[in-house]
Design a protein around this ligand. Structure first.
Ligand code: SAH
Length: 334
Protein backbone atom coordinates (compact mmCIF):
# COMPACT_ATOMS: atom_id res chain seq x y z
CA UNK A 1 0.00 0.00 0.00
CA UNK A 2 1.23 3.50 -0.78
CA UNK A 3 -0.89 6.26 0.69
CA UNK A 4 1.14 9.02 -0.87
CA UNK A 5 0.02 7.84 -4.29
CA UNK A 6 -3.53 8.71 -3.28
CA UNK A 7 -2.48 12.34 -2.89
CA UNK A 8 -0.73 12.33 -6.25
CA UNK A 9 -3.71 10.80 -8.01
CA UNK A 10 -6.12 13.31 -6.48
CA UNK A 11 -3.83 16.31 -6.99
CA UNK A 12 -5.93 17.86 -9.74
CA UNK A 13 -9.26 17.16 -8.07
CA UNK A 14 -10.97 19.57 -5.66
CA UNK A 15 -9.58 19.37 -2.08
CA UNK A 16 -12.60 17.62 -0.66
CA UNK A 17 -11.84 14.52 -2.76
CA UNK A 18 -8.66 13.83 -0.76
CA UNK A 19 -10.65 14.27 2.45
CA UNK A 20 -13.25 11.80 1.21
CA UNK A 21 -10.58 9.33 0.20
CA UNK A 22 -8.82 9.59 3.56
CA UNK A 23 -12.09 9.20 5.42
CA UNK A 24 -12.88 6.08 3.41
CA UNK A 25 -9.47 4.54 4.16
CA UNK A 26 -8.80 5.59 7.76
CA UNK A 27 -12.30 6.00 9.15
CA UNK A 28 -14.55 3.64 7.21
CA UNK A 29 -11.62 1.20 6.90
CA UNK A 30 -12.38 0.15 3.33
CA UNK A 31 -10.02 -2.46 1.92
CA UNK A 32 -11.03 -2.02 -1.70
CA UNK A 33 -11.65 1.28 -3.51
CA UNK A 34 -14.93 0.00 -4.92
CA UNK A 35 -16.32 0.51 -1.38
CA UNK A 36 -15.50 4.24 -1.47
CA UNK A 37 -18.93 5.21 -2.72
CA UNK A 38 -18.47 8.93 -2.03
CA UNK A 39 -15.95 9.05 -4.89
CA UNK A 40 -16.87 9.03 -8.60
CA UNK A 41 -16.41 5.70 -10.35
CA UNK A 42 -13.56 6.80 -12.62
CA UNK A 43 -11.53 7.99 -9.59
CA UNK A 44 -12.25 4.78 -7.70
CA UNK A 45 -11.04 2.75 -10.62
CA UNK A 46 -7.86 4.75 -10.99
CA UNK A 47 -7.17 4.46 -7.25
CA UNK A 48 -7.85 0.74 -7.29
CA UNK A 49 -5.36 0.30 -10.12
CA UNK A 50 -2.64 2.64 -8.92
CA UNK A 51 -3.03 2.79 -5.14
CA UNK A 52 -4.41 -0.56 -3.97
CA UNK A 53 -5.21 -0.85 -0.28
CA UNK A 54 -3.87 -4.23 0.72
CA UNK A 55 -1.17 -4.33 3.39
CA UNK A 56 1.66 -6.81 3.04
CA UNK A 57 2.03 -8.14 6.58
CA UNK A 58 3.22 -11.18 8.43
CA UNK A 59 1.41 -11.80 11.72
CA UNK A 60 2.70 -13.34 14.94
CA UNK A 61 0.40 -14.04 17.90
CA UNK A 62 1.54 -14.65 21.47
CA UNK A 63 0.38 -17.85 23.19
CA UNK A 64 -1.98 -15.98 25.47
CA UNK A 65 -3.44 -14.19 22.45
CA UNK A 66 -3.04 -10.77 24.04
CA UNK A 67 -0.11 -9.60 21.94
CA UNK A 68 0.00 -9.50 18.17
CA UNK A 69 3.06 -8.39 16.30
CA UNK A 70 3.09 -7.64 12.60
CA UNK A 71 6.06 -7.38 10.35
CA UNK A 72 5.29 -4.99 7.52
CA UNK A 73 7.42 -5.11 4.41
CA UNK A 74 7.90 -1.67 2.89
CA UNK A 75 8.17 -0.80 -0.79
CA UNK A 76 11.96 -0.87 -0.72
CA UNK A 77 11.97 -4.30 0.94
CA UNK A 78 12.90 -3.08 4.42
CA UNK A 79 10.73 -4.35 7.27
CA UNK A 80 9.31 -2.76 10.39
CA UNK A 81 7.38 -4.14 13.33
CA UNK A 82 4.25 -2.95 15.10
CA UNK A 83 2.63 -4.44 18.17
CA UNK A 84 -0.94 -4.63 19.44
CA UNK A 85 -1.40 -5.16 23.18
CA UNK A 86 -4.84 -6.20 24.39
CA UNK A 87 -5.11 -5.17 28.03
CA UNK A 88 -7.47 -6.92 30.44
CA UNK A 89 -9.30 -3.62 31.01
CA UNK A 90 -10.27 -3.69 27.29
CA UNK A 91 -7.74 -1.07 26.24
CA UNK A 92 -6.20 -1.91 22.87
CA UNK A 93 -2.83 -0.21 22.60
CA UNK A 94 -0.85 -0.11 19.37
CA UNK A 95 2.90 0.41 19.66
CA UNK A 96 4.07 2.14 16.50
CA UNK A 97 7.53 2.39 14.90
CA UNK A 98 8.85 5.71 13.63
CA UNK A 99 12.08 4.64 11.91
CA UNK A 100 13.55 1.54 10.30
CA UNK A 101 16.15 0.68 12.93
CA UNK A 102 17.41 3.39 15.27
CA UNK A 103 20.52 5.57 15.33
CA UNK A 104 20.72 5.84 19.13
CA UNK A 105 22.25 2.46 19.92
CA UNK A 106 21.16 2.10 23.54
CA UNK A 107 23.11 -0.90 24.83
CA UNK A 108 20.05 -2.85 26.04
CA UNK A 109 17.93 -2.51 22.88
CA UNK A 110 17.91 -4.78 19.83
CA UNK A 111 16.58 -2.06 17.52
CA UNK A 112 19.71 -0.02 18.25
CA UNK A 113 21.88 -3.01 17.48
CA UNK A 114 20.56 -3.20 13.91
CA UNK A 115 21.57 0.43 13.34
CA UNK A 116 19.65 3.08 11.46
CA UNK A 117 18.28 2.33 8.00
CA UNK A 118 15.91 5.22 7.28
CA UNK A 119 13.03 7.38 8.50
CA UNK A 120 9.49 6.20 7.91
CA UNK A 121 7.20 8.53 6.01
CA UNK A 122 3.82 9.54 7.45
CA UNK A 123 1.97 7.04 5.32
CA UNK A 124 4.16 4.16 6.50
CA UNK A 125 3.44 5.18 10.09
CA UNK A 126 -0.30 5.50 9.41
CA UNK A 127 -0.29 2.11 7.68
CA UNK A 128 0.80 0.44 10.94
CA UNK A 129 -2.20 1.94 12.72
CA UNK A 130 -4.47 1.08 9.81
CA UNK A 131 -3.46 -2.57 9.92
CA UNK A 132 -4.64 -2.92 13.52
CA UNK A 133 -7.69 -0.70 13.06
CA UNK A 134 -8.85 -3.15 10.39
CA UNK A 135 -7.85 -6.17 12.45
CA UNK A 136 -9.81 -4.98 15.51
CA UNK A 137 -12.67 -3.69 13.36
CA UNK A 138 -13.37 -7.25 12.22
CA UNK A 139 -14.05 -8.14 15.87
CA UNK A 140 -16.08 -4.98 16.42
CA UNK A 141 -13.28 -3.55 18.51
CA UNK A 142 -11.23 -0.39 18.24
CA UNK A 143 -7.77 0.92 18.94
CA UNK A 144 -7.95 2.90 22.18
CA UNK A 145 -4.34 4.05 22.63
CA UNK A 146 -1.31 4.72 20.46
CA UNK A 147 2.24 4.72 21.81
CA UNK A 148 5.26 5.78 19.76
CA UNK A 149 7.41 3.20 21.51
CA UNK A 150 8.30 0.89 18.65
CA UNK A 151 11.42 0.98 16.53
CA UNK A 152 13.21 4.30 16.23
CA UNK A 153 13.35 7.69 17.92
CA UNK A 154 10.19 9.65 17.06
CA UNK A 155 11.75 13.07 17.66
CA UNK A 156 14.45 12.39 15.09
CA UNK A 157 11.69 11.97 12.49
CA UNK A 158 9.33 14.60 13.83
CA UNK A 159 7.87 15.99 10.59
CA UNK A 160 6.61 12.56 9.53
CA UNK A 161 5.53 11.55 13.02
CA UNK A 162 3.63 14.83 13.24
CA UNK A 163 1.77 14.21 9.97
CA UNK A 164 0.90 10.70 11.17
CA UNK A 165 -0.32 12.03 14.54
CA UNK A 166 -2.66 14.40 12.69
CA UNK A 167 -4.23 11.45 10.84
CA UNK A 168 -4.43 9.41 14.05
CA UNK A 169 -6.10 12.27 15.89
CA UNK A 170 -8.41 13.56 13.13
CA UNK A 171 -12.06 12.66 13.72
CA UNK A 172 -12.50 12.00 10.01
CA UNK A 173 -9.59 9.53 10.11
CA UNK A 174 -8.67 7.29 13.06
CA UNK A 175 -10.22 9.68 15.58
CA UNK A 176 -8.05 8.72 18.56
CA UNK A 177 -7.99 11.43 21.24
CA UNK A 178 -4.72 13.28 21.86
CA UNK A 179 -4.73 12.18 25.49
CA UNK A 180 -4.68 8.57 24.32
CA UNK A 181 -1.52 9.13 22.28
CA UNK A 182 1.98 8.97 23.83
CA UNK A 183 5.38 9.78 22.40
CA UNK A 184 8.45 8.27 24.04
CA UNK A 185 11.90 9.77 23.61
CA UNK A 186 15.43 9.00 24.72
CA UNK A 187 15.64 12.72 25.52
CA UNK A 188 15.83 14.76 22.30
CA UNK A 189 15.08 18.14 23.85
CA UNK A 190 14.15 19.98 20.64
CA UNK A 191 11.44 17.35 20.12
CA UNK A 192 10.11 17.73 23.66
CA UNK A 193 9.77 21.45 22.99
CA UNK A 194 7.96 20.89 19.70
CA UNK A 195 5.55 18.43 21.31
CA UNK A 196 4.64 21.00 23.98
CA UNK A 197 4.06 23.69 21.35
CA UNK A 198 2.31 21.62 18.69
CA UNK A 199 0.44 18.92 20.63
CA UNK A 200 0.12 20.00 24.27
CA UNK A 201 -2.47 17.27 24.94
CA UNK A 202 -0.29 14.38 23.84
CA UNK A 203 1.50 12.40 26.54
CA UNK A 204 5.26 12.55 26.89
CA UNK A 205 7.41 9.64 28.10
CA UNK A 206 11.15 9.85 28.73
CA UNK A 207 13.48 6.85 28.61
CA UNK A 208 15.55 7.52 31.72
CA UNK A 209 17.15 4.20 32.75
CA UNK A 210 19.76 5.66 35.13
CA UNK A 211 19.75 8.20 37.97
CA UNK A 212 23.06 9.84 37.00
CA UNK A 213 24.83 11.06 33.86
CA UNK A 214 27.78 8.71 34.19
CA UNK A 215 25.76 5.50 34.07
CA UNK A 216 23.21 6.91 31.64
CA UNK A 217 26.03 7.89 29.31
CA UNK A 218 27.36 4.34 29.39
CA UNK A 219 23.96 2.80 28.64
CA UNK A 220 22.67 5.42 26.23
CA UNK A 221 25.22 7.18 24.01
CA UNK A 222 22.61 9.89 23.30
CA UNK A 223 23.19 11.14 26.86
CA UNK A 224 26.42 12.82 25.77
CA UNK A 225 24.53 15.26 23.60
CA UNK A 226 21.47 15.37 25.87
CA UNK A 227 22.67 14.96 29.47
CA UNK A 228 20.19 14.83 32.37
CA UNK A 229 20.17 18.55 33.31
CA UNK A 230 19.30 19.41 29.70
CA UNK A 231 16.59 16.74 29.52
CA UNK A 232 15.04 17.78 32.84
CA UNK A 233 15.08 21.43 31.79
CA UNK A 234 13.14 20.49 28.64
CA UNK A 235 10.72 18.33 30.65
CA UNK A 236 10.09 21.16 33.11
CA UNK A 237 9.50 23.61 30.26
CA UNK A 238 7.06 21.07 28.79
CA UNK A 239 5.21 20.87 32.12
CA UNK A 240 5.20 24.64 32.46
CA UNK A 241 3.51 24.94 29.06
CA UNK A 242 1.16 21.97 29.28
CA UNK A 243 0.60 21.22 32.96
CA UNK A 244 0.67 17.52 31.98
CA UNK A 245 2.20 14.59 33.85
CA UNK A 246 5.38 13.12 32.41
CA UNK A 247 6.26 9.44 32.56
CA UNK A 248 9.84 8.32 33.03
CA UNK A 249 10.65 4.82 31.80
CA UNK A 250 13.23 2.79 33.67
CA UNK A 251 14.34 -0.64 32.45
CA UNK A 252 15.62 -2.74 35.36
CA UNK A 253 19.08 -4.15 34.62
CA UNK A 254 20.45 -6.57 37.21
CA UNK A 255 23.46 -5.20 39.06
CA UNK A 256 23.60 -2.13 36.80
CA UNK A 257 20.86 0.34 37.77
CA UNK A 258 18.79 -1.55 40.33
CA UNK A 259 20.51 -0.99 43.71
CA UNK A 260 18.78 0.51 46.73
CA UNK A 261 21.19 3.43 46.58
CA UNK A 262 20.18 4.08 42.98
CA UNK A 263 16.50 3.88 43.96
CA UNK A 264 17.11 6.61 46.55
CA UNK A 265 19.00 8.75 44.02
CA UNK A 266 16.17 8.29 41.56
CA UNK A 267 13.64 9.30 44.21
CA UNK A 268 15.55 12.53 44.77
CA UNK A 269 15.74 13.19 41.03
CA UNK A 270 12.02 12.56 40.50
CA UNK A 271 10.60 14.36 43.50
CA UNK A 272 8.05 16.47 41.68
CA UNK A 273 4.27 16.01 41.71
CA UNK A 274 3.86 15.75 37.93
CA UNK A 275 6.64 13.17 37.44
CA UNK A 276 5.84 9.49 37.50
CA UNK A 277 7.99 6.47 36.87
CA UNK A 278 7.25 3.26 35.01
CA UNK A 279 9.53 0.34 35.88
CA UNK A 280 10.12 -2.03 32.96
CA UNK A 281 11.38 -5.58 33.31
CA UNK A 282 14.37 -6.02 31.00
CA UNK A 283 13.60 -8.24 28.06
CA UNK A 284 16.79 -10.20 27.61
CA UNK A 285 18.50 -9.97 24.25
CA UNK A 286 22.10 -10.56 25.30
CA UNK A 287 24.22 -8.08 27.17
CA UNK A 288 22.32 -7.78 30.46
CA UNK A 289 20.38 -9.82 32.99
CA UNK A 290 16.89 -8.93 34.22
CA UNK A 291 16.48 -7.77 37.83
CA UNK A 292 14.67 -10.47 39.84
CA UNK A 293 11.03 -9.71 40.71
CA UNK A 294 11.64 -9.37 44.48
CA UNK A 295 14.34 -6.81 43.83
CA UNK A 296 12.08 -4.81 41.50
CA UNK A 297 9.51 -4.79 44.31
CA UNK A 298 12.08 -3.48 46.81
CA UNK A 299 13.12 -0.77 44.31
CA UNK A 300 9.49 0.17 43.80
CA UNK A 301 8.87 0.33 47.56
CA UNK A 302 11.75 2.77 48.03
CA UNK A 303 10.38 5.03 45.32
CA UNK A 304 6.83 4.84 46.64
CA UNK A 305 7.90 5.48 50.22
CA UNK A 306 9.64 8.60 48.95
CA UNK A 307 6.30 9.71 47.50
CA UNK A 308 7.04 8.99 43.82
CA UNK A 309 4.11 7.71 41.76
CA UNK A 310 5.43 4.37 40.49
CA UNK A 311 3.95 1.79 38.11
CA UNK A 312 5.28 -1.44 36.72
CA UNK A 313 4.87 -2.27 33.06
CA UNK A 314 3.07 -5.49 32.21
CA UNK A 315 5.28 -7.56 29.96
CA UNK A 316 3.62 -8.31 26.64
CA UNK A 317 4.65 -10.78 23.97
CA UNK A 318 8.16 -11.89 24.90
CA UNK A 319 7.44 -15.28 23.28
CA UNK A 320 7.10 -13.63 19.86
CA UNK A 321 9.88 -11.09 20.42
CA UNK A 322 7.35 -8.29 20.54
CA UNK A 323 8.29 -6.76 23.88
CA UNK A 324 10.13 -3.48 24.55
CA UNK A 325 13.62 -3.55 23.10
CA UNK A 326 12.99 -6.65 21.00
CA UNK A 327 11.77 -5.15 17.73
CA UNK A 328 14.24 -5.66 14.93
CA UNK A 329 12.14 -6.26 11.83
CA UNK A 330 14.11 -9.40 11.13
CA UNK A 331 12.63 -12.66 9.98
CA UNK A 332 12.06 -14.56 13.22
CA UNK A 333 10.70 -17.77 11.77
CA UNK A 334 13.03 -20.54 12.85
N1 SAH B 1 13.49 5.84 21.07
C1 SAH B 1 12.36 6.07 21.93
C2 SAH B 1 11.19 5.18 21.60
C3 SAH B 1 11.40 3.71 21.91
S1 SAH B 1 10.42 3.32 23.27
C4 SAH B 1 12.78 5.95 23.37
O1 SAH B 1 13.94 5.61 23.61
O2 SAH B 1 12.02 6.26 24.26
C5 SAH B 1 10.97 1.75 23.71
C6 SAH B 1 11.17 1.65 25.21
O3 SAH B 1 11.63 0.33 25.54
C7 SAH B 1 12.23 2.62 25.66
O4 SAH B 1 11.93 3.10 26.93
C8 SAH B 1 13.43 1.69 25.72
O5 SAH B 1 14.44 2.22 26.49
C9 SAH B 1 12.82 0.42 26.28
N2 SAH B 1 13.67 -0.76 26.03
C10 SAH B 1 14.64 -0.91 25.12
N3 SAH B 1 15.20 -2.13 25.21
C11 SAH B 1 14.57 -2.77 26.19
C12 SAH B 1 14.67 -4.09 26.73
N4 SAH B 1 15.56 -4.96 26.26
N5 SAH B 1 13.84 -4.42 27.73
C13 SAH B 1 12.92 -3.54 28.19
N6 SAH B 1 12.76 -2.30 27.71
C14 SAH B 1 13.57 -1.92 26.72
Amino acid sequence: MNLEKIETILKNEPDFRLKQARKAVFHDLITDWSEATTLPKNIREKLQKEAPLDIDAEIFSSKDGRTIKVRLVLEDGLAIETVLMKHTDRRNTVCVSSQVGCPLRCLFCVTGEMGFKRDLNASEIAEQVLFFARHLGKQNEKISNIVFMGMGEPFLNWENVKEAIKLINDDNCFGIGARKISVSTAGITEGIEKLADEFPQINLAISLHAPDDKLRGELMPVNKKYPLPKVFQAVDDYIEKTNRKVMFEYVMLKGVNDSEKQARELARLLKYPLYMINLIAYNPNGGFEPTPAEKIKKFKDILENAGIFTTQRYRFGTDIEAACGQLAGKDIRR
